[in-house]
Write a protein that binds this ligand. Structure first.
Ligand code: AMP
Length: 191
């Protein structure tokens, strides 16, 4: 199986590129942000719990995220692999994911990290906010907080995979097709 972590700060293009990767390599897409937004729109207890964190751009507690991803992976069968988008976002989540996947004997093949300067991220998120309807995309202070949370809590996840020799950094600026080409180049070097 080809199990990828598509990594990067908010606004790096993970959602856009995930859609292209899953189509080309026939993979399942697991975006924890999308899963939480689905819970929110369905008004589930999990959605209500997540909302206060999401609205302010803070992370939902690890045990909630890990439980949700574990359920999703266990209910999935017969796929060629999985693209994880927006997960893991803490080292505790990365460790839990390793345990889940090792139990299933399908470890992470690699992490592709999209690198985009902060100013570009802020511009992209404000632009997305005009059409996404996401409250966390429409407020400069919330966007700043999400970027700070990324540096403080999420960036150490890159070192976690680097230590396993699984990290590939890709320039996340340019046309969607150019960036996709770089990602495919990194994927094809895996294994
Ligand atoms: P995203 O769509 O990936 O930008 O995620 C939107 C929001 O959902 C984040 O700002 C967090 O509040 C929450 N979220 C998504 N994925 C995670 C995760 N792996 N860990 C904690 N919170 C998450």
């Amino acid at each position: 199986m080809l199990n990828l972590v598509l990594f990067g700060p908010p606004g790096a293009g993970k959602g856009t590129q995930s859609a292209k990767i899953i189509e080309k390599y026939n993979l399942l897409h697991i975006s924890t942000g999308d899963l939480f937004r689905k819970h929110l729109s369905e008004g589930t207890a999990l959605g209500q719990l997540a909302q206060k964190y999401m609205d302010n751009g803070n992370l939902v507690p690890d045990e909630v995220v890990i439980g949700m991803v574990g359920d999703k992976i266990k209910s999935t069968q017969g796929v060629a692999g999985i693209v994880f988008d927006g997960f893991p976002r803490t080292v505790a989540q990365a460790e839990a994911l390793d345990v889940l996947l090792n139990d299933m004997k399908t470890p992470i093949s690699g992490m592709v990290s999209l690198e985009v300067p902060d100013e570009e991220l802020k511009t992209r998120l404000m632009e997305r906010g005009k059409t996404s309807g996401r409250v966390d995309d429409q407020d400069a202070a919330k966007i700043d907080n999400r970027i700070q949370v990324y540096y403080k809590e999420t960036l150490p996840v890159a070192s976690f995979y680097e230590k396993q020799d699984k990290l590939a950094a890709v320039k996340g600026v340019g046309s969607i097709e150019e960036i996709f080409g770089s990602i495919c180049g990194a994927i094809e070097k895996l294994n």
